[in-house]
Design a binder for this molecule. Sequence first.
Ligand code: SF4
Ligand code: SF4
Length: 87
Amino acid sequence: MMDISGVNSIACKPKIDYVACNCCTTCVELCLHGAIYIDRVDGYVKINYAKCRNCGVCIKVCPYGAIKCFDNRHQWVPTTSSTVSAD
Ligand code: SF4
Ligand code: SF4
């Protein structure tokens, strides 16, 4: 699958920062794989990792910077330097 995000898809597992999240649902609308949804029980936006393809689009489109990239050792990976392509 083509990575259209500019974020390194191998290094990137998205996680939502609920302090920063404003529940705007932009990520829900723009996830191409239907992996982000609104939990009807608690109202929080959540990621279904069984559907997530690690494309990084949600990280890029969140207007509040609330979705962050983590590597497979659960370490935060800044998406402003080596993980973002120059173009
Ligand atoms: S990384 Fe891509 S597939 Fe996974 S939740 Fe974000 S937009 Fe959806
Ligand atoms: S785009 Fe960002 S602020 Fe909006 S619902 Fe998703 S995580 Fe929350």
